[in-house]
Design a protein around this ligand. Sequence first.
Ligand code: ZN
Length: 178
Amino acid sequence: MLRGHFLLTSGRHSDRYIEKFRLLEQPRALDDTARAMIGKAAGKQVDVVLGAATGGILLAGAVSRQLGRRTMFTERIAGQMALRRGFQLQPGEKVLIVEDIVSTGGSISELVDIVHHARAEVALAVCLVDRSATGLDLGVPTAALLRLPIESWLPADCPLCATGEPITERGRTGKASS
Ligand SMILES: [Zn+2]
């Protein structure tokens, strides 16, 4: 959990940012996370584990390895979320969607659409951290390992902007997730 003045991909500003890759880069922590996600899906049939690039690749891989099920991930090309690389869902397959940090549920909604478009079913959509203000409502079963609503503002309403604090530089792409 970082503190500063962050520009989120939504365009909103926040004073806190979760750098998920500090968790995902640790194999034991990643495996523990995967185990907890599988626990949320206890009693449900799962044929395929689906994540979204980039963090979702690591999560889906860790979960599928423990479950012994296929794993696949979506990629966003020109703004459009899609299954590539020959990944195919079969009609009727039960899909466990895994996501890392969720703020509005927009990305999970796109994954749900991809599953339904293939006439497969969402067994559960589970995320690492649910940052949404009111909780996720996606029309499919959902779960979160951690519920942690984080306040964010439109730039015009941002109290940090009001004090003249510059946006925190974050290296790499400079892009904050969600
Ligand atoms: Zn700001």
